[in-house]
Design a protein around this ligand. Structure first.
Ligand code: SF4
Length: 470
C-alpha cells in the first residue's frame, strides 16, 4: 500500500537511526551510562508515545531514571486537554530550573500536545530558558536528530512540524509485560468545539492494517494478555486508506490471532459507531465486551454547540442496539458539565440521560476552556459554583448506580486478568474483569500476568474486592 505523503520515508527513518548511533557513541564514551526520565501526562495515546520516546532513548544508551534530579535527560511528555494539566507542567518546568542549575549539562525536553502549540512554545522560549528542546506531538520521531544537536551544539531547538505523518518501526520500550498499547491511528477530523486534539495532533491518519496486525501478533506471542488499540476516534479507522478496511474489519482480523488475551480499544465517537462494529464485537472471541462511548451531553442543543453530530435519541438507540447484541456489555462514557451557555435545565437533561443509560462507569468533567478552540470564545456567564452544584448532582446519580451495580457482584466468581500489585496491603493484587472493572484481590503475587477466577467478597463505588480461587 503506497502512502508516500503520510508515512515518514525510509530515508528519513534511516537518518534518525544514524543519529541514534551517534548519540549512542556519545553515551558509550561517558564514564557511566547516562540516564533519562520520561514523565508522561494525560491519555493512553500519550502513554504509548512515551513508550516510543523511551525506546529511542534506550537505543541511544540512556538508562531509565526515577528522579529528575539525577537524570541526564528529562523529557516531559505533556497533555493539552485540560488547563489543570498545563498548569502542572509549567510548575514542573519551574522546578526543573533548579535541577538544571545544579547540573548545567542536563537536557530538558518538552514534548507532546502542549509542546505542539505555538503559544506554549513562545512562552517557553521567553520565560523558561533552561528548556533545551521543544518537540511537538507530531515531531517526536525526530528526537534522535534534535537531541544530537543539543548535545553537540548546546543550542535550543523548537520543532513544531505539523505535517501529520506516521513513523513506523521506531524502537519501543513498553512499561509493562501484561498490557500493551497499540496506536492504530493518529489525529482527529472532528473538531468538537471544546477540543484541542485536532489542533495539536493533526488530521486523521491510519496505520496500515498489516503493520498493526503484525505488531499485535508479536505482542501476543510475547505473552501480553491485553492489547489496547488506540486512536482519538478508532471508529473512523481506515477512512483515509484506500484498502477498504474499517475498524470492525481490523478488530476481526486481530481477533483471529490465536492465544489467550483480551482485545480492547478506545476512544469512540458515537457518530462513527456502527451496527457492524457492535455485531463484530459480539462475535469476536477475544474482543472484551466493554465499550467506552463518550456522550458528553444529554441536551441536543448543547451537543450541536459542541459540534457533536448526533442526538440524544440517536445515542440511546445506539447503546440499546449494542446491549441487545452483547448482553452483559459494560458501557462507560464521558460527560462535560458547564459547557458555555449551558442552562441548568440542559445540565439536568444530561443527569437524566445518565440515570436512563445506566453507565457502568462515567468520566465526568467540568468544562475547561482551551485557548484556540471555538468554545473558549463563547460567553460563559454561569458561575463555577453553580456548575459545581450541577456536577455534584450528576455524581450522586452515577455513584449510586455504580455502587449498586458493584454490590450485585458480591458472592459471584468473575474471571479477571491479574495485571499488577494494588496499593492496598489487604488485597495485594490489582485485577480487571473483561468489562474493565477494577478488582482488588487476595492472592499470591505469582498470579500477576495470568487470568484467574476471583470470588467477590465486597465492593464499593469504584472497585470490587475478593479472593483468587485456587
Ligand atoms: S472526537 Fe474526541 S478527539 Fe476528536 S475533536 Fe472530538 S473530543 Fe476531540
Amino acid at each position: 500500500m503506497e502512502r508516500k505523503n503520510v508515512l515518514v520515508s525510509d530515508e528519513e527513518l534511516l537518518r534518525q537511526r544514524e543519529y541514534m548511533r551517534r548519540v549512542r557513541a556519545i553515551s558509550d564514551a561517558r564514564t557511566r551510562a547516562p540516564t533519562a526520565l520520561v514523565d508522561t501526562f494525560g491519555c493512553q495515546q500519550n502513554v504509548a508515545d512515551g513508550e516510543v520516546l523511551a525506546g529511542m532513548l534506550a537505543e541511544m544508551g540512556y538508562e531509565p531514571a526515577s528522579d529528575a534530579a539525577d537524570a541526564d535527560v528529562v523529557l516531559l511528555n505533556t497533555c493539552a486537554v485540560r488547563a489543570h494539566a498545563e498548569q502542572r507542567v509549567f510548575g514542573e518546568l519551574g522546578e526543573l530550573s533548579h535541577t538544571k542549575a545544579a547540573n548545567p549539562e542536563q537536557v530538558i525536553v518538552l514534548c507532546g500536545c502542549m509542546a505542539q502549540q505555538r503559544r506554549v512554545a513562545d512562552k517557553v522560549r521567553e520565560s523558561y530558558r533552561h528548556v533545551d528542546l521543544v518537540l511537538g506531538a507530531q515531531a517526536e520521531w525526530r528526537l534522535p536528530e534534535l537531541l544530537y544537536g543539543v548535545l553537540t551544539q548546546r543550542k535550543r531547538a523548537f520543532a513544531l512540524d505539523d505535517a501529520g505523518r506516521i513513523a513506523e518501526g521506531l524502537p519501543v520500550r513498553r512499561d509493562g509485560t501484561v498490557r500493551a498499547w497499540v496506536s492504530i491511528m493518529y489525529g482527529c477530523n472532528n473538531f468538537c468545539s471544546y477540543c484541542i486534539v485536532p489542533h495539536v495532533r493533526g488530521r486523521e491518519r491510519s496505520r496500515d492494517p498489516e503493520k498493526i496486525i503484525a505488531e499485535c501478533r508479536e505482542l501476543i506471542a510475547a505473552g501480553y494478555k491485553e492489547i489496547y488499540l488506540l486512536g482519538q476516534n478508532v471508529n473512523s479507522y481506515g477512512n483515509d486508506l484506500d484498502a477498504g478496511w474499517d475498524f470492525a474489519d481490523l478488530l476481526a482480523a486481530i481477533d483471529a490471532i490465536e492465544g489467550d488475551y483480551w482485545l480492547r480499544f478506545m476512544s469512540s465517537q458515537p457518530k462513527d459507531a456502527t451496527k457492524k462494529l457492535f455485531d463484530t464485537m459480539a462475535r469476536c472471541k477475544h474482543v472484551a465486551k466493554c465499550l467506552h462511548l463518550p456522550v458528553q451531553s444529554g441536551s441536543d442543543r448543547v451537543l450541536a454547540a459542541m459540534r457533536r453530530p448526533y442526538t440524544r435519541r440517536g445515542y440511546m438507540d445506539l447503546i440499546a442496539y449494542a446491549r441487545k447484541v452483547m448482553p452483559g456489555l459494560v458501557l462507560t462514557s464521558d460527560v462535560i458539565i458547564g459547557f458555555p451557555g449551558e442552562t441548568e435545565a440542559e445540565a439536568m437533561e444530561t443527569v437524566e440521560l445518565v440515570r436512563e443509560a445506566k453507565f457502568d462507569a462515567l468520566f465526568t468533567f467540568l468544562f475547561s476552556p482551551r485557548p484556540g478552540t471555538p468554545a473558549a470564545e463563547l460567553p460563559d456567564p454561569v458561575p463555577r459554583a453553580e456548575k459545581q452544584r450541577w456536577f455534584d448532582r450528576l455524581l450522586d446519580v452515577q455513584n449510586a448506580h455504580s455502587a449498586s451495580t458493584h454490590a450485585a457482584y458480591v458472592g459471584k466468581t468473575v474471571r479477571v486478568l491479574v495485571d499488577g500489585e494494588s496499593d492496598d496491603p489487604a488485597f495485594p493484587l490489582s485485577c480487571r474483569t473483561e468489562g474493565n472493572r477494577l478488582v482488588r484481590a487476595k492472592g499470591d503475587k505469582s498470579r500477576i500476568g495470568t487470568f484467574a477466577a476471583v470470588t467477590v467478597t465486597g465492593s464499593n463505588t469504584w472497585a470490587l474486592y475478593g479472593e483468587v480461587c485456587e
